[in-house]
Design a protein around this ligand. Structure first.
Ligand code: AHR
Length: 610
């Protein structure tokens, strides 16, 4: 029999406990969350015509030229000139989109482009102008293309050719895909970590993420190659770039929309060590540190400050309430420590309340991890960010991981984790039920240790079914749809059933962390006056669960049970309405201060009792 002592508060669960890790990997931003349908809209990919082609050009004797005006426009130097030598036929400039364009019947689509009209086509002068039009889609199509029809004789210069659905998240022009953001909102995340991941670091320092280049007019956001573009990814994607249409302002706005605390991660003067060992010279680290200081001002500064005023000019006079930021991602070695010291000193002396997050890397059993853990603790680092991409059995056995951690000093952020069905970093990994169940079990340990663990997030978050470089992922999508994985539902159940304080739940006087393949945690919610119990039965047989509820005077006779269950641990969800694992709700009776239920094989149960 389980015993819950509802009046023995153990630890406060941080409001940030269960959050989201966002990275532009697997076409998560461009081609995903960012609703732009045109690929390479500014002709700035390394191959400037990538994604584009000219058709019906023979009859009109038409041709294209990519013109580079580097000295006049360093950020967006290239544009396309389409020339026609006669008036016969209609020439089409076709954009293929990101794996096609998802177009929905009866939705409005807004087309725009910076166009310098010349010759016979609506000539309005020799200056760049923004032209806009829209149309209603007559049918739904997952693989549509955009065709820009050019008639008449002469030449036309075009740049920033763009197509957006009218209906985006909160109907913001140039905004985000509403269906995907809704799935994120449904998680009730406590924080939003952005923009990664390895893309923070870049393959080299030149392609690191620089937040100042991602705000303001989208025409002036300089596109770069995505870290997940080629040989460093498991599935190369040569057409993967970062347009930064989803930039830092939009990330802060998204965090606010989701009611999540923003958690930006900044480059610490080191490129991705899995790719190169490029580091910024210590003598030249100031601009990197300044970027961090300026970001705090951008997020929180009042209107008398340079960066606070800029935020206001972009449409958000109120502060974004930034409380924490990460310095570096998966960096290691003494080079990281010496850079971290500089950042910490500068940030803490100017903004003492900002919490700093520092990654201790992706190898929880390795020397680098131990070195960083020990060194950063000695330096009294605020929060250590641990990453683990491991087998389900690792997750089950690590439900006790934090029971032995020091109760004081640095807190833990489980910043990236996902159970791997095959082996870490394999394209064969699947989002199967065993992986999700092992994460649910592991998370009971995170919750039980809420005095040590202040935040946790699954990674990666999003993946396009035709354009991914990493699996498993929390949400899979195509151009029209998205489906939540079993792992998504585990995250959702935690995010929606958080509680405010942990209380003990025991089996034979011990924390429930693997005995008889059972895992459990319990919390009270002081706002809704409920007790919330989470139990994982990882055995292939049903087990009787009698939960004695101590320390509560008055109990409802009924409780709410939400269940994730499948007898097949290999089961997955997929498109086509195949949902093998999704929450089921039912009521359960409470009698004699006891909640009794038969814990189904391979199940995760969440019980809410008033
Ligand atoms: O989540 C995928 C990658 O895994 C992240 O970019 C990186 O931080 C980790 O190695």
């Amino acid at each position: 029999q389980f015993i819950v002592k509802a009046n023995e508060v153990k630890a406060t669960i941080q409001p940030t406990m269960w959050g989201i890790f966002f990275e532009d990997i697997n076409f998560g931003a461009d081609g995903g969350l960012y609703a732009e349908l045109v690929k390479n809209r500014s002709f700035e990919f390394n191959m400037p015509m990538m994604g584009w082609k000219l058709v019906n050009d023979k009859e009109a004797d038409a041709s294209t030229l990519i013109i580079n005006r580097q000295q006049a426009n360093t950020v967006n130097p290239r544009f396309i000139r389409v020339s026609r030598n006669n008036t016969a036929g209609t020439v089409q400039l076709i954009n293929e989109g990101f794996k096609g364009m998802g177009i929905k019947q009866n939705e409005q689509y807004n087309f725009s482009g910076n166009t310098l009209a010349e010759g016979t086509i609506h000539p309005t002068g020799n200056n760049w102008q923004l032209y806009k039009t829209n149309c209603i889609a007559a049918a739904t199509e997952a693989k549509a293309v955009l065709s820009v029809a050019i008639e008449g004789k002469g030449s036309i210069d075009m740049d920033m050719i763009s197509l957006f659905p009218e209906h985006t998240w909160k109907n913001r022009p140039g905004g985000l895909r509403a269906d995907l953001v809704q799935l994120l909102a449904d998680l009730h995340p406590g924080f939003l970590r952005f923009p990664g991941g390895c893309i923070v670091e870049g393959r080299d320092l030149a392609t690191r993420y620089q937040w100042k280049k991602t705000i303001g007019d989208v025409n002036k956001r300089k596109l770069i190659i995505n870290r997940w573009n080629t040989e460093f990814a498991h599935r190369p994607a040569p057409d993967y770039y970062q347009s930064f249409g989803l930039g830092f302002y939009e990330y802060f706005q998204l965090a606010e929309d989701l009611g999540a605390s923003p958690l930006p991660i900044l480059n610490c003067g080191m490129a991705c060590q899995f790719n190169t060992a490029e580091v910024a010279d210590m003598e030249q680290i100031d601009p990197y540190v300044q970027d961090a200081l300026d970001l705090v001002e951008f997020a929180n500064g009042d209107l008398t400050t340079k960066w606070g005023a800029l935020r206001a000019s972009l449409g958000h006079p109120a502060p974004f309430n930034l409380k924490m930021m990460g310095i570096g991602n998966e960096q290691w070695g003494p080079q990281f420590i010496e850079r971290y010291r500089l950042f910490a000193k500068a940030i803490k002396s100017k903004y003492p309340t900002i919490q700093l997050i520092n990654s201790v890397g992706p190898d929880p059993d390795g020397d680098k991890f131990t070195y960083l853990n020990d060194t950063l603790r000695k330096l009294q680092a605020d929060v250590l960010d641990e990453h683990y991409y491991r087998s389900p059995s690792w997750f089950f056995s690590n439900a006790k991981r934090y029971d032995q951690y020091p109760r004081n000093g640095s807190k833990i952020f489980a910043g990236e984790y996902a159970a791997q069905s095959v082996v870490a970093v394999s394209p064969l990994n699947r989002n199967n039920w065993l992986c999700a169940l092992s994460e649910a079990a592991f998370m009971t340990g995170l919750e039980r240790n809420a005095d040590v663990v202040s935040m946790a997030s699954y990674a990666p978050l999003l993946a396009h079914t035709e354009g991914w470089q990493w699996t498993p992922d929390l949400i899979w999508f195509d151009n029209l749809h998205a489906y939540p994985t079993p792992n998504y539902y585990v995250q959702k159940l935690y995010g929606n059933n958080k509680g405010t304080q942990t209380v003990p739940i025991t089996l034979n006087n011990e924390a429930v962390a693997g005995q008889d393949s059972l895992y459990a945690s319990a919390a009270i919610d002081q706002t809704s006056h409920e007790l919330i119990i989470k139990i994982v039965n990882a055995a292939g047989k049903a087990q009787q669960g009698n939960i004695l509820l101590e320390g509560i005077n008055k109990l409802d006779t009924k409780a709410q049970l939400t269940l994730l269950q499948n007898n097949n641990t290999e089961a997955v969800n997929s498109f086509d309405g195949i949902v093998n694992i999704a929450p089921q709700q039912q009521e359960m009776a409470i009698k004699d201060k006891t909640a009794s239920l038969l814990l189904a094989p391979y199940s995760f149960a969440v019980i809410r009792i008033k």
